[in-house]
Design a protein. Structure first.
Lengths: 123, 123, 123, 123
């Protein structure tokens, strides 16, 4: 069953450059969790907005039918990496309905800290 | 008074396998808080989506009229347990209006960390 | 300018009984932040839902025009206090449009932890 | 592509006066992340609501086309600074569609704590 919307936005965005740990799951990171509950492959184009320069993108990801993709912004490399310690926002445009949730894990200090929110769904 | 929607989705999902404490309330866990404010029993079917395999479910729970159920994903066992340290998403289909909120408590480190968001309501 | 809705729900609810500090601002607590941006007094009736017994309420609060009320669930006493270490949900019915956001501060451990989400707006 | 709404509200608001660090990025703060994904400059008027006195504003900010502004409430000075350790709410009125997300970093204790939520979109 398809669920969700085709356009989503996350106004918050900030990847700390520091981490107190080396394990992948404890490195400071931001994630866009993308659920494609439908029966068709979702092609998602992501645009990254900055405070003081033109947007970068599209970053393209595919989410298979009936799958979830917990996409780390840290891992994006094409067309360029997301700079650390830098304010950004993101917009997601999908050809199928999806659901998007935003999470940050901050491990700059010895204890991890978390934030999360459902993204803004347009339309 | 019935309040809410019948279809909800939580795109985030991750239960850390580690905990710094043994008390039930301080073990790393994820919860779907389900409010049934109406006068009729709500029958809820939950489907769990993964990154790299077919969805699992339905997990079936019943929420009595005018009651709340803070359902721990950690406690789900039928048809199978939710694997730890694994990305997932969830979809809730109810025959009555409900309200769903998602919370994680992460106690891998000695200090607990929390995240929460209202889930995405379809329709 | 009036902004918001008249019916809101928060499915999450849990006040830890323990705190690492005695200062009011660092005691473990949950808050419903209620904004009344309009020009008329908002009369709000709050009902608390539990896992295994009938709802309690209404708790009645008034939010003056163009004021915010950060209402601590910890402080509610009439018709009865909210029990600690207990799962609950809440529903807000107002005669004027309001905006509701839910926040928890958990200071059971020596470092505070926070969660927050906009509540669910009916209608 | 324009995305979002013109009126937003954040019912939560509280800037701790204490911080455990002196670096700007680790000082206790609250942020309104404002994304203007459209092609026209967005002029945003912000009003701050308090518990026990008249609202203050408008605070005026401009978000250039296709830019994000992570606005710290700590930095607002005209018409007056936001008092610390004080409950407040905020309303955003823009002449262009924007997306608003609210984040707090609390570093009163030696470990930072985070909360975030998409704001409430009117209309």
């Amino acid at each position: 069953m398809a669920i969700g919307r085709r356009i989503w936005a996350i106004a918050e965005g900030y990847i700390p450059s520091e981490s107190s740990f080396e394990a992948r799951e404890l490195i400071s990171h931001e994630t866009a969790c993308i659920l494609n509950a439908g029966d068709r492959e979702a092609h998602v184009a992501i645009t990254i907005f900055f405070a003081d320069r033109d947007p970068v993108g599209p970053y393209r990801v595919t989410v298979a039918p009936q799958r979830t993709l917990h996409l780390r912004f840290n891992d994006l490399t094409q067309p360029e990496i997301i700079p650390r310690d830098t304010d950004y926002s993101s917009v997601f445009e999908s050809d199928q309905p999806i659901v998007v949730q935003h999470t940050r894990m901050d491990s700059r200090r010895a204890e991890v800290s978390l934030l999360s929110t459902v993204a803004f769904a347009e339309g």
